[in-house]
Design a protein around this ligand. Structure first.
Ligand code: ATP
Ligand code: MG
Length: 408
């Protein structure tokens, strides 16, 4: 089955709102094994939408539209759809009643409610549990047009019904399943080099390399009707890739470094103390983004100045004088100081130069030391990160999380 997505809204066209709906729908279609041919953005204009619909109907069997189902004058999707598909718009009294009963607080004007309750005569209704405008599925002359509201939350919820509807279509060729391997510590081209022969041989499953934020993602995608076959094929390829990339693969699918660190700390009942300089609290921010972080995150210090390092973390000023604030010695002391101040089991210390100023001939921009101190071991690793200030801060927080994950 071949499909197109049409996003309706002048605000999307002008760039005031980023079209995230089309990306969401595209990902869902790809998991169903439906080939997506084109995405279009069109303003709130009935003539242009009708023209785009007609063209798309010439090319594909399935069109999914998001937006333009609301109660206002500029919401014109159903009008365009019914015109192109030669359907009458008929008032559905059930929908009127439903909106009035469910959303009295919205205080929608009668006219607006009636507009939302106008449905093409042979369309199936998709209930909108989170908002007012229902969606429609219109199947006619071996074409399918599905229209969903623009509000992302509503659209995403209603896609569940769309997916189960589309799954029943025999034209769907075979389900797709993907697995993401999350890689930290080597770049995209190095990954490519390490698995060059595997990449060359790929057909089904396929492999795609995607550059993430301070990391690389490798997606394995298999397309087979049978779920067991899909899973086996993915596993087989994953094992082969793991042999080559080993420890560089830190997680899979939705797992993030902060999630993994949090789960390990929690599982082992360990508490963490954090001392940050160049990351300015980013590590603490990322760790506390995980719900329940109070179970393991005791205290964090952003010790930016030398004075703060001495007074709050007990790093001696003579050591800072002698080795410099950005040094492995100071990072180690920061980690120990953080552990002590937080009465924790593990301390981490980060010190570095995020740039663009502050570099010396011996200490370039991007130089970062990350130290970890636990009950029985102390370690420190030196990094030189590239990029602007924000990138360096992010990469340093990534490295810190990676090292924490390994050492817990
Ligand atoms: P409503 O009932 O709210 O009027 P609607 O179906 O008419 O729904 P729109 O008016 O087009 O939808 O959009 C509603 C809101 O959803 C807009 O404020 C917009 O910010 C957001 N939105 C619309 N389309 C998209 C899209 N493709 N991607 C992301 N956000 C979108
Ligand atoms: Mg609207």
């Amino acid at each position: 089955m071949e499909a197109e997505i049409i996003s309706v809204g002048t605000e999307l066209l002008l760039g005031d709102v980023v079209d995230t709906n089309a990306a969401y729908i595209a990902r869902k279609l790809s998991l169903l094994g439906i080939d997506l041919f084109r995405k279009t953005v069109v303003g709130d204009n009935k003539e242009r939408l009708s023209r785009i619909l007609k063209e798309a109907l010439d090319r594909v069997d399935l069109i999914i539209i998001s937006g333009g189902l609301g109660p206002t004058e500029d919401d014109l999707t159903k009008e365009a759809v019914s015109e192109v598909m030669e359907e009458k718009l008929i008032l559905n009294k059930e929908i009127v009643k439903n909106i009035q009963q469910r959303l009295p607080s919205k205080n929608l004007p009668e006219k607006g409610i009636i507009k939302q309750a106008l449905i093409p005569s042979s369309a199936k209704i998709i209930t909108n549990e989170l908002g007012s405008a229902p969606g429609i599925i219109l199947e006619k002359k071996s074409k399918i047009i599905i229209s969903l509201p623009g509000v992302p939350r509503e659209m995403e919820k209603m896609m569940e019904e769309v997916i189960s509807y589309l799954s029943t279509k025999k034209e769907i060729r075979g389900y797709i399943q993907s697995r993401f391997l999350k890689i930290w510590g080597i770049g995209e081209s190095q990954v490519e080099e390490k698995i060059a022969d595997i990449l060359k041989e790929q057909s089904n499953p396929t492999i795609a390399l995607l550059v993430g934020k301070g990391e690389v993602h490798l997606r394995i995608t298999a397309k087979f009707d049978d779920r067991k076959v899909r899973e086996e094929k993915i596993k087989e390829l994953e094992d082969k890739i793991r042999e080559r990339l080993g420890d560089y693969i830190y997680g899979v699918d939705e797992e993030t470094l902060e999630f993994l660190v949090s789960s390990s700390l929690r599982k082992r009942g360990l508490k963490l103390g954090v001392a940050e300089s160049c990351t300015g609290g980013l590590l603490s921010h990322r760790l506390t983004n995980i719900p329940g972080s109070s179970n393991y995150y005791n205290c964090g210090v952003v010790s930016y100045s030398n004075q703060a390092k001495s007074e709050l973390l007990n790093v001696s000023s003579s050591l800072i004088q002698e080795k410099g604030a950005v040094s492995s010695e100071v990072a180690k002391k920061m980690a120990e100081g953080a552990k002590k101040a937080a009465k924790a089991d593990i301390g981490i210390g980060i010190t570095g130069i995020a740039g663009p100023t502050g570099a010396t001939p011996e200490k370039p921009v991007g130089l970062v030391y990350i130290a970890i101190s636990t009950q029985d071991k102390k370690m420190c690793q030196k990094f030189i990160f590239s990029g602007d200030r924000e990138k360096i801060k992010w990469k340093a927080s990534q490295a810190a999380l990676y090292l924490l994950n390994k050492s817990i």
